[in-house]
Design a protein around this ligand. Structure first.
Ligand SMILES: [Zn+2]
Ligand SMILES: [Zn+2]
Length: 82
């Protein structure tokens, strides 16, 4: 083992280990790399309507969906395969 820093790829500014990690990483299939996923709002069951007629669901703001951090990639947007 030499102590030279030749393992670092200056061009990419990454170490070989980081490059290997990047090769193994893939876009999270659950959130498509966004790091967040939409779930059907539990409060309104996706309708976006509030309890009373003509009101919007407070939980989702009327969108019927809630945006939550993707559990698969923990919000990273990509996962690393081992
Ligand atoms: Zn809702
Ligand atoms: Zn994800």
């Amino acid at each position: 083992m030499s102590n030279k820093n030749d393992d670092t790829n200056e061009f990419y500014g990454m170490t070989q280990k980081e490059m290997q990690d990047q090769e193994r990483s893939m876009v999270c299939p659950d959130c498509e790399g966004k790091g967040k996923v939409f779930l059907t709002c539990m409060a309104c069951n996706g309708s976006g309507e509030g309890m009373a007629d003509g009101t919007r669901c407070r939980s989702c703001g009327g969108g019927g969906r809630e945006q939550v951090v993707c559990e698969t990639c923990e919000g990273e947007g990509n996962i690393i395969e081992y």
